[in-house]
Ligand binder design. Sequence first.
Ligand code: 4NP
Length: 167
Amino acid sequence: MTTRVLFVCLGNICRSPLAEGVLRHLAAERGVAGALEVDSAGTSDYHTGEAPDPRMRATAARHGVELTSRARRIEVADFRRFDHILCMDDANHEALLARGAPPEKVRLLLTLVPERGVREVPDPYFGGVDGFETVYGLVHGACAALLDELADTPRDAPGAKRGTDRP
Ligand code: 4NP
């Protein structure tokens, strides 16, 4: 049984491609990559078709994570396909709900790491290099916590949370 995870930000060139790459990387390290489908999308089409921002790719590469996605805008079909839709900030969250995403599938990514005391993954696009490292730390912690959560709630276990589109 595959669990499908979609990360969402505004441009799909910084935060959500990083989360996609980090989750894949951590899942491979834990030997669970085959049980996951991981993707990312943006609420805007500002950068459709582009590779992740070179500053984000450089930060990820320093941590041994390769980012290979191409930017795309969220589509209504994503709301059925994915089991977990994890967004970076309140504006993403509102945009997803406004387009009809099922509220029970959508969460702010950093709700996975409440101990960090940070609500939103800050948008690094217009800031300096430090912002990308901050984003990496937050996203890495949340992706590790997500894998812990998924390991605790196997899809076919009694009482496991299921997507609303499944029998
Ligand atoms: P992201 O960052 O949402 O993390 O991909 C941004 C990328 C581009 C823009 C804003 C945020 N932009 O305005 O073009």
